[in-house]
Design a protein around this ligand. Structure first.
Ligand code: FES
Length: 263
């Protein structure tokens, strides 16, 4: 079976003891198919019992194991080491905590901020009484076409990899974040939702117009959700609803200019 020695430079930092973060180096013989998560567990079992990282499902479902692998946010349980070695043409992989969140210890980051922001955008269905029956005996059906509008966004596992890669989240404390806005959009286009119009307004309150469309969130999402499309969808809803906030006016001005002058 294919195997290879790989060096792992792992970010180590315990804010309760350390004045600065450091990288510790561990050499591991990796077998074909081994994931980064398996290597982290191997390091913990054999070299560094105090190494901290999160992981629960080991199946790319719970979203807890996201870390940066050579600078790129990925799920440790889904990422095979030898493939990374091939991609980067190196025998050294650097494993670090995600960005845009405070480090609690080693590879564990504090999720409070992104999830408090998620809560602010009402990431749940607010039933429209005209569409959703108030008894469980009756169904609230939607068509496949309606479902298609938000289907992709329901695949989000909230691993926060997109939040880590988001430049708007780095520079704007009020910016809700990519997966949060994608979740907001998911309900904004759900025909059963009772506050659809308010949702674009919520997006405005949490700076959806500050997304610069770098598309890094789409690039790194391990579930191919492409949160930026949710942000753009919300902006579209705002513009089409006659919203008069600066972002919508900006879009309308460009559109008018395009129609009238071709520029
Ligand atoms: Fe659950 Fe990796 S351990 S997604």
């Amino acid at each position: 079976m294919e195997k290879r020695k790989v060096r792992f430079e792992v970010y180590r930092y315990d804010p309760s003891k350390d004045t600065h973060p450091r990288y510790e180096s561990y050499e591991v013989t990796v077998l074909k198919g081994m994931t980064v998560l398996e290597v982290l567990q191997f390091i913990k079992d054999n070299y560094a019992p105090d190494l901290s990282f999160r992981a629960y499902c080991r199946s790319a479902i719970c979203g807890s194991c996201a870390v940066k692998i050579n600078g790129y946010p990925k799920l440790a349980c889904k990422t095979q080491v030898l493939r990374e070695v091939e991609i980067y043409q190196t025998d050294t992989l650097r494993i670090e905590p995600l960005d845009n969140m405070k480090v609690i210890k080693d590879l564990i980051v504090d999720w409070d901020e992104p999830f408090e922001k998620l809560e602010k955008v009402k990431p749940y269905l607010v039933p429209n009484p005209e569409v959703v029956p108030d008894t469980l005996d009756k169904e609230s059906r939607i068509s496949p076409e309606q479902h298609k509008k938000y289907d992709r966004f329901t695949d989000c596992i909230m691993c926060t990899a997109c939040y880590s890669a988001c430049t708007a989240a780095t520079y704007d404390e009020n910016y809700a974040g990519p997966f949060q806005l994608a979740r907001l959009y998911r309900f904004a286009v759900d025909p059963r939702d009772g506050i659809q119009e308010e949702r674009a307004r919520i997006g405005f309150l949490y700076d959806m117009w500050n997304c610069v469309r770098c598309e890094k969130c789409a690039d790194i999402c391990p579930k191919h959700v492409s949160p930026v499309n949710g942000v753009l969808g919300l902006r579209g809803i705002a513009v089409n609803s006659g919203d008069n906030t600066p972002g919508s006016r900006h879009v309308r001005a460009f559109y008018k200019s395009l129609l009238e002058s071709g520029n």
